[in-house]
Every structure is written in C-alpha cells, then in structure tokens.
Design a protein around this ligand. Structure first.
Ligand code: SF4
Length: 671
C-alpha cells in the first residue's frame, strides 16, 4: 500500500468500477477519514457520495460480521465459526454432486467481486466441475461486446475521443449519476470541445442534466433507438454523405447495407420514434459532415429488446462516416490478456452451461437462471452460491426469482449486509469492504490504463473474509488443496498477476490513432463488417433489422423504463447506510405532467405500475423532462418497490440475453 507524506494510505475505491483514487487516513488500525486523491489521473481528487462515505459503510452497525447458519430451512440463523461454515458447504456440495452432478451448482457474482476473487472462483468452479459461473455480463456489457466484436472484431475496448470531436452524440448516457471518473472526464472533454465550437446532441427519453450542455436535445420514445439509427444510416447513404474512401478501403457489405436501409427513411422512423423526420435528417447530416464525430452510447440503449442490433446499427453509423480509429472518433483500445488460474488438463469434460443452447453467443445469462431452476432445463440446478450479489433485487422477474430460490436445496450468500436474497439463504457469510482486502484494478484490463493493485488498508471487521480466502478454504476442504496455496492478500494477488504474466506495475500505453486501420481489424475479413456473415451463420440478422413494434390497441399503453441511476446507491446496495439514504430516502416514479393530469395524480400520490409480469408500487413525481407516454422508475429497491417485479425475463435481446429493463409496456393505476 503506497503511503503519502503524512502516513496516510493511497488506494483506490472499488465500490463501483470507476475506481477513483482515494487517500485514507488511518489511526490505531481505524479509518478516520477518506478523501479523493488529487494525483489520480481519472478522478482528479473527486469522490462521489458513496466513496466519501466509505468509512460509514465499513463501520455500519448492521454489517454481517460472523458466519450465520440456519438451523432449519426458513428458520432463524445461529452464529457458527468459519470451520463449521466451510464444513457445511463442503458436505452439501459433495452431496449435490453425487446426487445431481456438478452442473447442479451455480455461482453468481455481483459487481463487487473483482479480478482476484473472480480468478479464484473460476478455478474452484472448474475443479468442482460446474460450467455455471454467472455474473453481470448480460445485464451490463454483453450487447456492446457482441455488437462491436461482430463489427470490428476482437478485442476492442471502444471509447469515444470526445475531447477531440467536433460533433458529439450522447445516446442513453447519464454520466452525472454513474461512474464518477467518466463524469469528470466527459464533462471536461465536452466543455473543452464545446469551447472549440463542437456541437453536442443528447438523445434520451429523459432530459438528463447533461442535456443542459447540448445544442440539440432529442426526446426519443423508449426502445426505438434502432429505428432512429437505421434512419440516420439511410439518410446518410441516400444523400451521398458517407465517407466513400473509408468505406471502400475498410469495410465490407456496403452494397447490401444500402439496399437493406432504403425503406428506413427518416419519415418512416418519425412514426416509431416520435422524433421529427427533419430532426433525424439534420442530426444525420451533422454527424456525417462534421469530422471528427463521436457517438457515445450506454445503458439507456443497452437495455432494450434488441440491444445488440441497436448497438450494431450505431457501430455502422460510425463506420460509414469514417469516424473509426481517428482522433476525435471511436477508438479501439486492445485488452491486456488476463489468463485464468491454471487447472489440471485432465479434468472431466464439463456439461454445457444452462444458457448455452438458448444463447450460444452469450458469455453468461444470469437472468435465465430462475427459469432454468424452475424448468429443470437443460438439467436440474439445486444449489446456488451468491457472491456479493442480490438476485432478488437485480434479476428480472422477481416473482420467478422468489419461486426459484425457494426451490433450491442450498443457497449460500457472501455479503456485507443482510438483503432480500439472504431471506432464502441457508448460510450467510461475512464479506469485506474494499478497504479490508487486496485487489487488482479492473481497469488494468485496458492497455491505456496502468495495471494497479491494492492491499488492505485496515484489518477486516469481525470475522469478515475476502471472497478469495473463503473460496480457497472451501477448495482445500473439497480436496483441491494444492490449487489454493494462497494465505494472504499479497499471495493471492501475486498468483493472479504471475498467471497473467503481469508485474503489477505495467504502465499505460496510449492508444495510437490509426493503428487498427493500419494493422487491419480482427474480423474474419480483416475489415469492418457492416454485413456480418458470422451473425448470419449463427441464425441472426446479418444487418440490423427493423425494430420490434408493440401491438396496436395494447392494454398496456405506456412505456416503462427502469434502472435510472442515482449517485447515492450502487445497484441494490447502500440503502441501509443512513448517510446515503438521507440523500435519496424513497424511490419515485417519474411521469410527465400531461400523464399525471390524465391519471389525476399529483406529486406524492401512490400508483400501482403493472406489466404482463407483475406489479409494483411507487410514489409519483411529475416532470416535464420525460417523454409524455413514459414512466421511469429506479431499480435496486427491495420489497414492493422492487422494479424487477415488472421486468420480463423471457422477452430478452436474442443475442445477449439482456432483459428489456428499459423497453417495456405498462399500465398505471392510482392507489
Ligand atoms: S464513483 Fe464513487 S463509488 Fe465509484 S469508485 Fe468513485 S468514489 Fe467509489
């Protein structure tokens, strides 16, 4: 742990993946104060409200500090020692394997389990024999990875060089509420670009604070981004505004694309998107004729029913305008390869993961887990180990999650606090905050970031253990002792670093503009694949097809978007921390003033929001800053306010298995 001049520790926050630089003042083994590290290149001395309250989380009175075992299913917990807890899990896992096979065990990792923990977990799962290690891939980066890899090849880490752009589109991006380092970076970059005269367009059903900086704000109908992107492509090609030289040198499939998008005119898209055809044409023209141009898109478009094809259309838009791998455009940074911890080569062949037949392109599809448990297809799943995650709050279709968790023979949860998933747990294990454990920065996977590591700042509270440590104890107890030789955070870090071939001190390598264009893309054709043969071979549209439309005369007349972020909480966490909760005491449904009048509801009135899947109750806040037929609710709340009671787990993006968190229909009733 690096020390600054007064003896404080220099580290980085890992409450979320932004990993802001942090200086922690420790006295007598206790954290006295945390502050932002002004020397951190990305966060520039700032911490969000969660980071500033890291000590409140560390010393929270309601933390789980000891292993807790239920005497009977659904009965009260009793405190046990770690040895008994590990014995309990090991004997249940041995029994599960014997009766149902190793694939009957699934692991789920939430967003807090990082590089070292993930590597140790992967090794344990392989040794035990289960392929079912799931996480947040399909609800986070999945559509982006599939869309970009089927367009530009792998391994690209796409990012927008907004600082040097002359035309910027932010599409479904809310940098103020999420990933602070991005906010400071984006804000500063946009401000600088605007000072130079760059134009900014913001597209979102909600008028986000970032829209105040924009020349053009477009209030699009939720779930219709693909229609707008197709219409922009169509307009650019029809008007001859594409970059002919770039297209001919670096892409394949342009002729097929041209034919494909001909019917998708701005006039066609106006009916679907509620964006006037003239505005679509104007933005398309501006994007195509102002060089360089950047298009940044985030969860706002990644959570729709056809997320991967929407992102493919946006990638094509960037490609035909020649804004790839140029200063001010879309940059493709290579990944640093992280090798998994080795396992013996002669392990028995593992079964296919439970999602593989239905979503063969998805790296994981955790949202399908409840369905797999209940249907027992492709095989029975009887045990679940949850590592710092909360399926009850975060998986789509809470009603189904509840039934599935209740059906399991074994549920183990490792977490900082009790939550609505621990209600179903047979065993709850005490986890560490980031200040109590070592880790490798997840940003180390990008070559334009340095490899960074941290060691613990203070000793764990109570009997809390980091994930890697209790998983290693379990591995040893299951008889895989020689594969878990780590006994300290440093040893675990060193093992993962050495397997990856890293020293932990690798510097950042700036991404060179033009390098990929020179070397060729890592697609089968070595070009940008506007038309994707590989998707076609997998039975998917090789070109993004017209978006799905909702049936006419539907009894669910309004659009529902869930998951609007607030800076006080990270997904389902932190509502129990008073300093954070007071900044955002209750979840509110945002609806337009016109819809509020139609429904005869005022601010503070409670409404029931219903979809085909379920219902949830929220108080209303009326605003003029949302699409008139749209209701927006936050996610991560427990009980009746859990947005996921409403989310369909079956009508997912057909490529990535991403549930339609931001693309549903609902009806509303005043309570
Ligand atoms: S944005 Fe906040 S929670 Fe995330 S790393 Fe930075 S300080 Fe921590």
């Amino acid at each position: 742990m690096a020390l600054v001049s007064d003896g404080s520790a220099r580290t980085f926050c890992q409450i979320c993946r932004a990993e802001c630089g942090m200086i922690v003042q420790v006295e007598d083994g206790k954290v006295l104060r945390v502050e932002g590290d002004p020397e951190d290149r990305w966060s520039r001395g700032k911490l969000c409200v969660k980071g500033r309250n890291a000590a409140e989380i560390l010393y929270a009175k309601d933390r789980v500090l000891h292993p807790l075992l239920r005497v009977t299913k659904g009965g009260p917990f009793r405190r046990v020692c770690w040895e008994d807890a590990i014995d309990f899990i090991a004997s249940r896992l041995e029994d599960l394997k014997e009766r149902w096979g190793p694939e009957a065990l699934a692991f789920y990792r939430g967003t807090t389990a990082k590089v070292v923990d993930g590597s140790v977990l992967e090794r344990l799962a392989k040794l035990y024999g289960t392929p079912n290690v799931t996480g947040t891939w399909s609800v986070c980066v999945g559509p982006k990875i599939l869309a970009y890899s089927h367009t530009f090849g792998r391994p690209p880490m796409p990012w927008c060089d907004l600082k040097n752009a002359d035309y910027m589109i932010l599409w479904g991006v809310s940098p103020v509420a999420t990933h602070l380092h991005r906010y400071h970076g984006i804000s500063a970059d946009i401000t600088e670009a605007r000072r130079r005269g760059a134009r900014l367009v913001v597209i979102d059903p909600r008028r986000l604070p970032i829209a105040a900086k924009a020349e053009t704000y477009i209030q699009i109908r939720p779930g219709t981004d693909l229609a707008m992107a197709l219409a922009m492509i169509s307009h650019i090609i029809k008007s001859g505004l594409y970059d002919e030289e770039f297209v001919s040198a670096h892409t394949i499939g342009f002729d097929k694309l041209t034919e494909h998008v001909t019917p998708y005119t701005p006039r066609w898209a106006e009916r679907i998107t509620d964006v006037p055809a003239s505005v679509i044409a104007e933005v398309a023209t501006g994007f195509a004729t102002t060089r360089p141009a950047s298009l940044d898109r985030r969860q706002g478009v990644q959570h729709c029913r056809n997320a991967t094809q929407t992102l493919r259309a946006m990638a094509i838009l960037v490609a035909i305008t020649g804004n790839v791998d140029i200063r001010g455009g879309l940059m493709l940074t290579p990944y640093r390869r992280l090798k998994s911890l080795a396992v013996p080569k002669d392990l028995p062949q593992r079964a296919k993961s439970f999602w593989q037949d239905r979503f063969p392109l998805a790296r994981d599809a955790s949202s399908l887990l409840p369905d797999a448990i209940l249907s027992e297809r492709p095989y029975p799943i009887r045990g679940l180990v949850v590592i710092e995650g909360n399926p009850m709050s975060c998986f789509a279709n809470t009603g189904k999650v509840r039934q599935a968790l209740a059906k399991l023979d074994l549920v183990v949860v490792h977490d900082l606090f009790m939550n609505d998933t621990t209600e179903f747990a047979d065993l709850v294990l005490p986890a560490c905050t980031f200040l109590e454990k070592g880790e490798i920065s997840v940003q180390s996977l990008r070559t334009d970031y340095p490899v960074r590591t941290r060691t613990p700042v203070v000793e764990p509270q109570g009997e809390a253990l980091p994930e890697w440590r209790w998983l290693s104890l379990l591995g040893r107890r299951l008889g895989y002792g020689q594969h878990f030789p780590f006994h300290s955070d440093q040893q675990a870090l060193d093992a993962v670093l050495s397997e990856a071939g890293w020293t932990g001190r690798e510097p950042a390598t700036p991404t060179n503009h033009g390098q990929v264009l020179k070397d060729g893309f890592t697609t089968p054709s070595s070009k940008i694949e506007l038309y994707s043969q590989s998707l076609e071979e997998q039975g998917h549209d090789p070109l993004p097809a017209a978006p799905l439309e909702w049936p006419k005369g539907d009894s669910y007349p309004y659009h529902l978007i869930t998951g609007a972020r607030v800076p006080h909480f990270y997904h389902s966490q932190h509502r129990n921390v008073p300093a954070l909760r007071k900044g955002h005491p209750e979840p509110l449904a945002e609806i337009s003033q016109s819809l509020a009048s139609k429904l005869c509801v005022n601010d503070g009135d409670e409404v029931s929001i219903e979809t085909r899947v379920g219902a949830a109750a929220f108080r209303v806040r009326a605003t003029n800053d949302i699409h008139p037929l749209t209701i927006s609710i936050p996610h991560g709340w427990a009980g009746a306010h859990n947005a996921n009671w409403l989310v369909d787990d079956v009508d997912c993006d057909p490529l990535s298995a991403t549930p339609p968190f931001r693309d549903m229909r609902c009806r509303v009733r005043k309570l």
